[in-house]
Design a protein around this ligand. Structure first.
Ligand SMILES: NC(=O)c1ccc[n+]([C@@H]2O[C@H](COP(=O)([O-])OP(=O)(O)OC[C@H]3O[C@@H](n4cnc5c(N)ncnc54)[C@H](OP(=O)(O)O)[C@@H]3O)[C@@H](O)[C@H]2O)c1
Length: 343
């Protein structure tokens, strides 16, 4: 029975939801979280907007785990091999969920240092610690399929991985080094290829966060009735961060060693539909100007997963895109708004 969880990227978006998921459902769980930043029980490490005001992203109430004695956090960089050795030897985890990662738009050196070298350090530290961990789940991304998405078919785990940007390339490289090293050391591992995440508190680098911030600010009277978006024709496979947490827990228990799993809804959703939902939820349909002002490099027109493999393990998403967008907008209108100084 897995009880001792070592979670890297613990103060990140997915890490926080995954840890809250474990604490809520597994009374026996003991969790050690690791990240670079000092412990922070009030905010994510990214920032969000309320109108023109930029502020640290407050944690939703569901992520308030500060007083739970079963959770501890340590600040150790993945580049610090001695720090990793010490953490693993003293905590002796049953399972490791590796979510610490550089993300798209990070400088290339940092992407490869964190995603590839950092993963090597973690596995080597685990092997050196000589503990029989039952399972390692490596966080990866659906972006590894890259150019294969251009065929317009659902992406299953046999689809060739042909990354289109350096972030995806660093994550695929990380998958490869982790596979080689875990086989060499006899470590049981699975890979979670996570598609487009949305949910309360997400970074506005991502489309749903950017849209939710803007409609909420209009609704709250902070800005004029204008929304800036990019090309709305691409489709993506959106999955709620709370479902990602459930999927990761499923992979800890039931994933087949050596396999990669798409963590996705299996549904193709147009960006334009997400915007329509956001306008409908806020009652702004037909009353705002939509300005097409940006476009991301190397964008792909369609990308969605075949999620049969993880569904066969018993996982099914509980949140649809409407519910997720509604909760994300509520996060702005209640949690972000009330954390504005002087609110
Ligand atoms: N968010 C998405 O839309 C998305 C989509 C697909 C896949 N994924 C994957 O899901 C996983 C989690 O992503 P996320 O959205 O939770 O990202 P996130 O919010 O940026 O969290 C990642 C965490 O990694 C930590 N980290 C980065 N470099 C580190 C280092 N050198 N040493 C120790 N910790 C380090 C950061 O810690 P500090 O904050 O303490 O610096 C950060 O909190 C990643 O594998 C990512 O590739 C995410």
């Amino acid at each position: 029975m897995t009880q001792r969880y070592f979670v890297t990227g613990a103060q990140g978006f997915v890490g926080r939801y995954f840890i809250a998921h474990l604490l809520a459902r597994e009374p026996e769980a003991e969790i050690l979280g690791l990240g670079r930043s000092p412990a922070n029980v009030a905010h994510f490490t990214h920032r969000v907007h309320w109108g023109d005001l930029e502020l640290p992203a407050p944690l939703p109430a569901s992520l308030d785990i500060a007083r739970d004695k079963r959770y501890r956090y340590i600040a150790v960089d993945l580049g610090d091999r001695a720090g990793l050795d010490q953490a693993l030897r003293s905590f002796r985890p049953d399972a490791i969920i590796h979510l610490a990662s550089g993300l798209r738009d990070d400088p290339v050196e940092e992407l490869f240092r964190t995603n590839v070298e950092g993963t090597v350090h973690l596995i080597e530290a685990l092997a050196a610690a000589d503990i029989s961990v039952q399972r390692v789940v490596f966080g990866s991304t659906g972006a590894v399929y890259g150019r294969s998405s251009l065929a317009g078919r659902p992406l299953d785990e046999h689809t060739p991985c042909l990354p289109l940007d350096l972030y995806a390339a660093s994550k695929l490289a990380s998958e490869h080094v982790a596979r080689i090293l875990t086989e060499r050391h006899g470590i049981d591992a699975v890979w979670a290829r996570i598609f487009n995440i949305l949910g309360p508190g997400q970074d506005e680098r991502h489309f749903c966060g950017k849209v939710a911030a803007q409609v909420s600010a209009i609704r709250g009277g902070q800005t004029g009735a204008k929304i800036e978006v990019g090309d709305l024709s691409p489709t993506r496979d959106f999955i709620d961060v709370r479902d990602v947490a459930t999927a990761l827990a499923t992979l800890v228990r039931h994933g087949e060693p050596g396999e990669a799993y798409n963590v996705a809804s299996g549904l193709e959703t147009a960006m334009s539909h997400v915007l329509d939902l956001a306008l409908d939820i806020t009652g702004l349909t037909g009353s705002v100007a939509i300005e097409h002002t940006y476009r991301r490099a190397a964008d792909i027109p369609r990308a969605y997963a075949d999620a049969a493999r993880i569904r066969d393990l018993g996982f099914a998403p509980a949140y649809d895109v409407r519910r997720s967008m509604s909760d994300l907008i509520e996060y702005y209108c209640v949690t972000v708004r009330s954390s504005v100084p002087g609110a």
